[in-house]
Write a protein that binds this ligand. Structure first.
Ligand SMILES: *Cc1c(COP(=O)(O)O)cnc(C)c1O
Length: 373
């Protein structure tokens, strides 16, 4: 997506500004002091040989929290999803049903197809991140047609659903998709990059939320704030296969306890802060909605994502607004010329939210004179 590149280039000089409010993404979170201390003193060994004690500890902790038998640390969420899909679809001619607006389909270089030879069967994502159960069922291939059809083996969900604005898939919905998968002998994988955000917002324990899933990928480096890594959770036999594929893909690393130590702190210290991130997002959305020329559907803000629109008739554009905000030390991303995305995380305080609202107000009010219009 072009705007990612644009933003990265343009924002370089901003680091000089005294106050920085970085709302580009929850991937921008920096390791905390506690994380750096834990990384410095982490006990480590060769994880490819299976001996890194801190990696083992993180994997055990993640398996426990998510209610699955086993877990595997991997370098990124993309690799977590790739490994998960490929292990589920390890027979040539496999097909996966996934949302047409999901991360795996849009932002992962088509890896499941180009590397794994797995055929994607996109089903329309609704605005709330779900796919209609009826449409999923209709997309499942008739096993009698294998002379012409690929074989459906897997359904993928995404929770929270990033491109739908961080919306949560409910327990009931997830369970229903799980039942459908079972009925047809399929597996269910959840891209749970932000599953802790979903569990927090829904007030459901993570293990309950993902009970129906065979496997889940969880990002440590989004709202949880660790510098690097994701974890795949699933059955012990699945994780054993995933471990081999991780090595094949070049994701077998040696003293990863250094990274896993930060992941453990993320679980201990940052998971509990997600609720505040969501409150901050809500407050930010409500504040923005009060500003003339800007519009947010406040009810659509369920977790830490806010999408707002610049109303028609305004001579403001997302690019102009982001440049203006940059002068105040506020970093944002935009989707197109009138749609802006903000993401809260544990390094955004309630004060930062108020500061952002007042800077936005200034930027929107100040523009006409400055333009000499
Ligand atoms: C970030 C993200 C991923 C994984 O991305 P990486 O950059 O590879 O860590 C997967 N799914 C969703 C929904 C994400 O937001």
């Amino acid at each position: 997506m072009q705007f990612f590149i644009l933003c990265v280039q343009r924002f370089e000089p901003v680091r000089m500004v005294i106050r920085t409010v970085d709302l580009r993404s929850d991937t921008v979170t920096l390791p905390t002091k506690a994380m750096r201390a834990a990384m410095a003193s982490a006990e480590v060994d060769d994880d490819v040989l299976g001996f890194d004690p801190t990696a083992t500890l993180l994997e055990a902790e993640m398996a426990k929290i998510t209610g699955k038998e086993a877990a595997l640390f991997v370098p990124s969420g993309t690799m977590a999803n790739l490994i998960s899909v490929l292990v589920h679809c390890n027979v040539r001619g496999s097909e996966v049903i996934l949302g047409d607006n999901c991360h795996i389909h849009i932002y992962e270089n088509g890896g499941i197809a180009t590397i794994g030879g797995v055929h994607p069967r996109p089903v329309r994502n609704n605005e709330d991140g779900t796919m209609d159960i009826g449409l999923i069922e209709a997309a499942i291939r008739d096993p009698g047609g294998e002379i012409v059809y690929p074989t459906t083996r897997l359904i993928c969900l995404e929770n929270t659903h990033a491109n739908s604005g961080g919306k949560c898939l409910s327990v009931e919905y997830t369970d229903r998709v799980g039942e459908l998968a079972k009925k047809h002998g399929l597996k269910l994988h959840i891209d749970g990059a932000r599953i802790f955000n979903a569990a927090t917002a829904l007030r459901v324990p993570v293990d309950r939320l993902i009970r129906a899933a065979d496997t889940v990928s969880v990002c440590l480096s989004k709202g949880l704030g660790a510098p690097v890594g994701s974890v795949i959770v699933g059955s012990a036999s699945f994780i054993a296969k995933a471990r081999i594929l991780r090595k094949t893909l070049g994701g077998g690393m040696r003293q990863i306890g250094i990274l896993c130590a930060a992941g453990l702190i993320a679980l201990q210290e940052n998971a509990g802060k997600l609720e505040q991130d969501h409150k901050n997002a809500k407050a930010l959305a409500e504040g923005i909605n009060q500003i003339k020329g800007l519009k947010v559907d406040v009810t659509s803000v369920e977790t830490n994502f806010i999408y707002f629109d610049i109303e028609e008739g305004s001579n403001m554009t997302a690019l102009k607004l982001s440049k203006k905000l940059e002068e105040y030390g506020i970093l944002i991303m935009f989707e197109n010329s009138s749609r802006v995305r903000l993401v809260t995380h544990h390094q955004i305080s309630a004060g930062d939210v108020q500061y952002t609202i007042s800077c936005l107000k200034n930027a929107m009010a100040g523009l006409p004179e400055e333009n000499g219009v």
